[in-house]
Design a protein around this ligand. Sequence first.
Ligand code: ADP
Ligand code: MG
Length: 247
Amino acid sequence: MNFLQLNGLHFAYPERSEVVHDVCLQLAPGEIHGLIGRSGCGKTTVLKLAAGLLAPQQGQVQLKGERVQQPTAEMGFVFQAPTLLNWLSVLDNVLLPLSLHGSVTDNQRAYGLALLDQVGLSAHGHDKPHQLSGGQQSRVAIARALITRPAVLFMDEPFAALDAITREELQRDFLALCHAQGTAVLFVTHDIGEAVYLADHVSLMHAGRLHAACPIALPRPRQTAMRYTPAFNALCEQLRHTMDATL
Ligand SMILES: Nc1ncnc2c1ncn2[C@@H]1O[C@H](COP(=O)(O)OP(=O)(O)O)[C@@H](O)[C@H]1O
Ligand SMILES: [Mg+2]
């Protein structure tokens, strides 16, 4: 079953020429799909169209067969900057998507604490965001995105600002969380290695067009050691070649 479906999307920003041309993409439930391409090729725009944050001029997006016209409660978001509220504690930042809609139940609070534990921040629930490192703030943003148990998560270069080692650890922990919740993910990156490590399929974008999705046939759970295997490197090389060929 196609769970998230992008059908023939075209999009132009007001009074600009078209930047997304006939984009089609399918995600199965629980699938992790990476979108890679050079800066300016339209990745963020496609992600916003998929999430209902922008409306296409042609084509449509469907989630579980229903047309998406605005973000729904089944969606979660993680952007490049963690965008935490400095006057709230770490736990209250995680609970924010719930507290915006009313009071938070004891069960929800317990789940927030469990998520903080799973991202390695159980000792920091009462801290303020400025007391955390950049990597820890990104972990809070991921816990916050998962607090509503979204069926699909949209992520725009969420790990780009982190150093390489922190990024690898966070990618590993992120996959474990998504697996536990069965969350489908559409994420944008310009890092081929990140796309191969995280994704079930990787689509290549160039100048507003999406090229065929490449299946990533690496076993799960993904292990850090896989990054150094010939199979992993062959996939990175294949994507790199396809990217160069679309120049
Ligand atoms: N709000 C906007 N108004 C006008 N043009 C925009 C806007 N946002 C992005 N663009 C343009 O749309 C194109 C695609 O941008 P974007 O989707 O952000 O690319 P990417 O995420 O791949 O770097 C670029 O040419 C960019 O300049
Ligand atoms: Mg972008």
